[in-house]
Design a protein around this ligand. Structure first.
Ligand SMILES: NC(=O)C1=CN([C@@H]2O[C@H](COP(=O)(O)OP(=O)(O)OC[C@H]3O[C@@H](n4cnc5c(N)ncnc54)[C@H](OP(=O)(O)O)[C@@H]3O)[C@@H](O)[C@H]2O)[C@@H](O)CC1
Ligand SMILES: [K+]
Length: 491
């Protein structure tokens, strides 16, 4: 847990409470914070609402409900507002009287970070009625029913079109399924004194450029291709060559100066018909492989996409790690250790430990870390963090809410990407983009974070209809975006 909160920081309940306490100690009463939060909600709510629009506001028993009551009072100046109360506190009607289909907007202020248990039957019934109708829904802080600490649904939960939170996001805003329940997330500034954040604990970060921008190596005008490293992607049998080729293309577009596809000789002619900027090299016997490792210019490796042969994958992985070279182990290279993951962990512990990136999706994660995956009490963030500590490698736990975790406890949750990324070959591309960062000398955690962000951003830039082959071609736009952020005055 870091003790200094930056804009990428994600807070838990304790962090929010600490921020509140420090703000109070600095002279802002809690009631004033609630006023500011409520006014911020009203401001977001009013966007796009015509005068006289019908608005239903749900108010729960805690401060989430208090925010809702302030918002209701502000909105009542121009709109037709009905307040539905649950638990203590006044309202026009009890929540049990809520009927759907009559409102232009429903504001959900039942529970925020204080929700610790499933919604009770009255709230559950209101959520069911809301879901059955067609109203726009704005949740305050968290959609009620979602656990702010993990993004888990505690039972029935509001599905919002928009969620407005305050100052800093919570883990549940980024982890699925909570993230999907939030809809569009708006972070409102409620004027917390900036210096309080030095004393607020952060549980993790959102994976955004400001987290790793300063660590990226960037091509310089006077630079040479060798300055940007030489990545090697191992290919397997010819019929699986597409995966390694995708990975290698992504490494090149990702910014590696040179990329070599190292393939069995029988696969070379098939590959050579389909590559131009990539270099090819035969790699069958141990001597071929040793030759690669002896040449220090090859400084980042990708092993796994379309590789096949599990025994060979284990051997290659062992030698690369023992040689302390940066490597992304993906797909077949992860599966190869599925029977005996402790062999992989031992290897990582024996090497530098820092320059190994494992990129499991859910199924591969379960095979490598069955006990962690089987612990239903752990969020995806906690699972990734526990996994990274075990082998001493950076773990990229993939999915719609990819978590990147380092052995030293740093962790980030990704927020870029589209549902179109769930298609064959996108994982191969990700491995290549991460390798490109490693080849350029970016430190391993930042390399993994940047690669994951760029991969998702490339998918967003391409848009619907994406297939994995489109991703490398979308990377130039992403590089341009990053370059703009680095320019004086950028982000
Ligand atoms: N800095 C910031 O970000 C700021 C944040 N602010 C706002 O404060 C919110 C957090 O407020 P909070 O701590 O009062 O918690 P909240 O979510 O209202 O719920 C607690 C209440 O619900 C009750 N309860 C819980 N579960 C229940 C269930 N299933 N069924 C029934 N009851 C249940 C629980 O009762 P208890 O568990 O004690 O029995 C308690 O009464 C935060 O989300 C944000 O909106 C701003 O106002 C200021 C600045
Ligand atoms: K809420």
């Amino acid at each position: 847990m870091r003790s200094s909160v930056s804009p990428t920081s994600l807070l838990d309940d304790g962090g929010v409470k600490r921020a509140d306490a420090l703000a109070v100690a600095s002279g802002i009463p809690l009631a004033e914070l609630v006023q500011r939060a409520g006014r911020a909600v009203a401001e977001v709510a009013a966007t796009g609402l015509a005068n006289g629009a019908r608005v239903a506001v749900w108010a729960g028993p805690g401060m989430n409900g208090a925010d809702a009551r302030v918002a209701a009072r502000c909105l009542a100046e121009r709109h037709d507002v009905s307040l539905f109360a649950f638990g203590s506190g006044e309202g026009d009607q009890p929540l049990s009287a809520f009927e759907e289909d009559r409102y232009d907007l429903v504001i959900d202020g039942l529970f925020g970070i204080g929700l610790q248990r499933p919604l009770d039957p009255v709230c559950t019934e209101a959520v069911r009625r809301l879901a059955a109708g067609g109203s726009q829904v704005l949740s305050i802080d968290m959609p009620s029913g979602v656990d702010a600490a993990s993004g888990a649904l505690l039972g029935a939960a509001v599905r919002a079109h928009r969620t407005v939170t305050f100052e800093r996001r919570r883990v549940g805003h980024l982890l699925m399924p909570g993230r999907a329940q939030c809809g569009a997330l708006i972070v409102a500034d409620i004027g917390m004194p900036p210096d309080i954040w030095n004393d607020v604990p952060s549980v993790a970060d959102a994976n955004e450029p400001r987290l790793w921008l300063a660590a990226l190596r960037h091509p310089s005008a006077a630079g040479h291709k060798y300055d940007r490293g030489h990545a090697v992607v191992f290919a397997g049998p010819v019929e699986k060559g597409g995966a390694a080729r995708l990975s290698a293309m992504a490494a090149l577009r990702g910014g590696a100066g040179l990329v070599t596809l190292a393939a069995p000789r029988e696969a070379l002619s098939g590959l050579s018909a389909q590559v131009t900027a990539l270099m090819l090299r035969g790699c069958d016997a141990q001597d071929d492989f040793d030759g690669l490792l002896e040449d220090e210019r090859f400084n980042a490796f990708v092993l796994g996409p379309g590789f096949g042969d599990a025994a060979k994958a284990r051997r290659f992985a062992a030698r690369i790690i023992e040689a302390n070279r940066a490597v992304v182990l993906d797909a077949d290279a992860i599966t190869a250790f599925g029977e005996a993951p402790e062999d992989l962990f031992r290897l990582c512990a024996g090497g530098t430990g820092g320059d190994v990136v494992l990129t499991p999706h859910g199924g591969e994660f379960r095979r490598l870390f069955p006990d962690i995956a089987g612990d239903g009490g752990l969020s995806k963030l906690e699972a990734a963090r526990a996994a990274a500590a075990r082998p001493g490698a950076v773990v990229v736990f993939k999915g719609a809410d990819t978590v990147i975790a380092a052995p030293d406890g740093r962790a980030a949750i990704n927020a870029t990407g589209t549902p179109w990324l769930a298609t064959a070959g996108t994982g191969d591309v990700l491995a290549g983009i991460v390798a490109a960062q490693l080849a350029q000398g970016t430190p391993v955690f930042e390399a993994a974070c940047a690669g994951v962000w760029m991969h998702g951003r490339a998918a967003e830039a391409f848009g619907p209809g994406l297939i994995s082959e489109d991703l490398p071609g979308a990377l130039p736009q992403v590089h341009a975006e990053i370059a703009a952020l680095r320019a004086p005055g950028g982000g």
